[in-house]
Design a protein around this ligand. Structure first.
Ligand code: XMP
Length: 528
């Protein structure tokens, strides 16, 4: 990725914002989403971020997250001490509260009794961060350490049975801490607490609205691309690339050219939908590369899943490059990178965004293609991407689509990929999705699909036992919030029955249907 691309994706917006310093909490992204749900922009940083970097960005407040270490452990991540003198309000959560109290003269140690799960909070002073809270409420705890002593500069605000200092504030400075987790839904009044912090304490007014997000992104794209250059956008039909294209169209109109590579491994109707949406509805310059034959010949005889992925990746780049070469004056490439991708790969502002985890959905076209990247969704969470997609006029079927892997149906056909197997899988897949939609399950499922397992199991067809050419179709439906862990959906049995009957009756070559009841880990979502 070019440096310019990174800078352009950075928030240089004058809008009010809150910095979240991530000490390794599993909830850091959740904190950010809660703040943004309250219409305040925020960004996640690694502990190495310095106070002067935050000052430069004009942050209105700082949140220090929880973390798995003990603050008194020598190797534990620390915040730049100058952050406590920045003058902007600071809210420490769990580890973040312990760090704050420790940095200002208090002590932290192992709790006499650890607390995990729902706990009663007794509020002694319903003020500042705890304003509008009742004297008793339930909160979510997850800690083995606690603040064992606070300096005289701090005032305790609340306690639980096993945690005498469950919330604090500094007497004179805008420093606050809570031992519990306001960001999780198991703390019912947590959102009120975060709102108190953002609005009443940091003085935010809430300017992070759909309209402003679009206006900011459009402005930034125009600034980056200038008045003449053209931008290429690789459309996959997924939510992120579709919203990117719709946004680019808003920003630069017909200087956008979209390329859609039909690799022959798509679901039924996929290419037509992209065509109808973008060429038909938005009037976008869309080039469809019909490269199915090329991909299928390259995949002939290949059964190893990683080899399939490599071939598909290589062919994609070549087909894309050939198409892109035919577009005059294109210097930029638009990509649908979204904020979790940025955080997970640690490529954030000034390299100090927290790196949470690497994920194979991150990636895209190689830098050697020589384009400067335009990434207008770089600061956005998926729910924000969907909101702006709807506001830009994308149909809700497009905006709420389940993710679909780059290698498409190739990783859902065990063994060799042939045109017959692809057709069979497309037919089964279409039936499953129809049944899901008809019964109102689509939005309750994160991802649903069918897998073709071409092993011959016995069946009774007509009067005899039949083995020949009969395959197993597996239904996979999962729920997950981040695709890192997932569980199988406790789906309505009637839906299973209807999908199974229809697949066996309507799809030639299938005599058995099974439902996959494995969670991730240890299984993955895809079968290959
Ligand atoms: P797994 O199977 O690893 O999938 O649990 C997690 C998410 O990633 C998608 N996936 C892929 N996406 N290229 C992609 O672009 C791939 O090779 C690939 N493999 C899995 C999968 O559909 C799920 O959403």
């Amino acid at each position: 990725m070019s440096r310019a691309g990174i800078e352009a994706g950075m928030s240089t917006s004058p809008r009010e914002s809150i910095a979240i310093i991530d000490f390794g909490s599993q909830y850091s992204q959740l904190i950010a989403r809660r703040i943004r749900e309250n219409h305040v922009f925020c960004e996640i940083f690694a502990p190495s971020v310095r106070a002067d970097q935050l000052r430069e960005r004009g942050v209105r407040g700082v949140i220090l997250t929880g973390g798995p270490m003990s603050t008194y452990d020598g190797a534990a991540p620390q915040a730049d001490p100058a952050i406590f003198s920045l003058g902007v309000p600071i809210l420490g959560i769990c580890y973040g509260m312990q760090l704050t109290c420790q940095a200002l003269g208090g002590s932290v140690g192992a709790a006499e009794s650890r607390e995990y799960g729902r706990v009663r909070l007794h509020v002694a002073r319903a003020e500042s961060i705890l304003a509008h809270l009742p004297t008793e409420t339930s909160v979510w705890m997850s800690h083995g350490d606690c603040v064992t002593r606070i300096s005289d500069d701090f005032i305790p605000l609340a306690r639980t049975e096993n945690c005498p200092v469950a919330a604090v504030r500094h007497r004179d400075r805008p420093l606050f801490g809570v031992q519990f987790h306001p960001e999780v839904t198991h703390t019912p009044l947590g959102s009120q607490l975060l709102r108190n912090f953002a609005y009443e304490i940091c003085g935010c007014r809430g300017d992070w609205s759909t309209g402003n997000i679009i206006a900011d992104a459009v402005e930034r794209v125009r600034r980056q691309v200038g008045p003449d250059a053209r931008v290429i956008c690789g459309l996959s039909g997924g939510v992120d690339s579709s919203v990117t294209a719709a946004l680019l169209q808003r920003a630069i109109g017909d200087r956008l050219v979209c390329i859609y590579v039909d690799n022959g491994l798509m679901r039924r109707g996929e290419t037509d939908l992209v065509d109808a949406t973008f060429r038909g509805h938005f009037g976008v310059h869309l080039r469809i590369a019909n490269a199915g034959d090329r991909f299928l010949s390259a995949l002939a005889g290949v059964t190893d899943p990683q080899q399939k992925r490599r071939i598909i990746g290589r062919e994609f780049i070549e087909v894309f490059r050939d198409e892109a070469r035919r577009i005059d004056g294109a210097r930029f490439l638009a990509q649908g990178t979204i904020y979790p991708d940025v955080i997970e790969s640690g490529h954030g502002p000034g390299g100090v965004t927290a790196a949470i985890k690497a994920h194979h959905n991150v990636g895209g076209l190689p830098a050697e293609l020589g384009f400067e990247l335009v990434e207008p969704l770089r600061n956005l969470f998926k729910d924000e991407v969907r909101q702006i997609g709807e506001a830009l006029g994308l149909h809700e079927d497009m905006v709420w689509r389940h993710p679909f892997p780059g290698p498409g149906l190739a990783v859902r056909i065990m063994g060799e990929i042939t045109p017959q197997r692809l057709e069979l899988l497309r037919a089964a897949d279409e039936i499953l999705l129809e049944e899901i939609a008809a019964r109102g399950w689509y939005r309750k499922i994160a991802q649903a699909f069918t897998v073709l397992v071409p092993v011959e199991s016995v069946g009774v067809m007509g009067d005899g036992r039949s083995y020949e050419g009969q395959s197993l179709i597996v239904l996979r439906m999962v729920e997950t919030s981040d695709f890192m862990t997932a569980d199988w959906v406790r789906i309505d049995h009637e839906l299973l029955a209807a999908a199974s009957n229809r697949i066996i009756n309507e799809v030639r070559g299938v005599n058995r249907v099974a439902y996959d009841v494995s969670s991730k880990p240890p299984s993955t979502i895809e079968w290959q």
